[in-house]
Design a protein. Structure first.
Length: 152
């Protein structure tokens, strides 16, 4: 029975800001668009634990990842099956914390901080919608539910 149940990928990321309110994005070496820090969960790993692990692996920093901002269902795209994408609040980094960022592996070439208003052209359209919804949710007490980056 369990082998016949549907499966979904789960990914989680962190919306991290600097003291000027800009959002931290990673510059992947293997694709043309910016991303927020994060990635797929591993077997028996919670989305929150995956988010913390990915931030540590990609940026070399440990941050207090706190409240859930966004749950977004993504339809199947190419080789990727449908998935659930979560964005957590990664807090605000001080200038001193920004200076301690050390890129952890060859998948990340750099980091960039962009204002919420200027980031959309640098992101895949679905990620731009997702980041906007997550940023807007910072002031709410409830996470936002979306499908393909569109609030439902």
């Amino acid at each position: 029975m369990a082998g016949k149940l549907p499966r979904k990928n789960v990914a989680s990321g962190a919306l991290i800001r600097d003291t000027r309110g800009r959002i931290l994005f990673v510059v992947p070496t293997y694709k043309p668009f910016l991303e927020i820090p994060g990635g797929l969960t591993e077997d028996d790993e919670s989305p929150l634990a995956a988010c913390r692990r990915e931030v540590d692996e990609e940026l070399g920093i440990r941050i207090e990842v706190t409240k859930l901002l966004l749950i977004d269902w993504m339809p199947t795209q190419g080789v990727w099956r449908d998935s659930v994408q979560l964005i957590f609040d990664g807090g605000v980094l001080t200038d001193e914390q920004v200076d301690t960022i050390r890129l952890g592996h060859g998948e990340i070439g750099n980091v960039e901080f962009l204002s919420p208003e200027e980031c959309a052209p640098h992101l895949r359209p679905s990620m731009a919608r997702r980041v906007k919804l997550a940023h807007d949710a910072l002031s709410n007490d409830m996470p936002v539910y979306a499908e393909f980056g569109r609030q439902v």
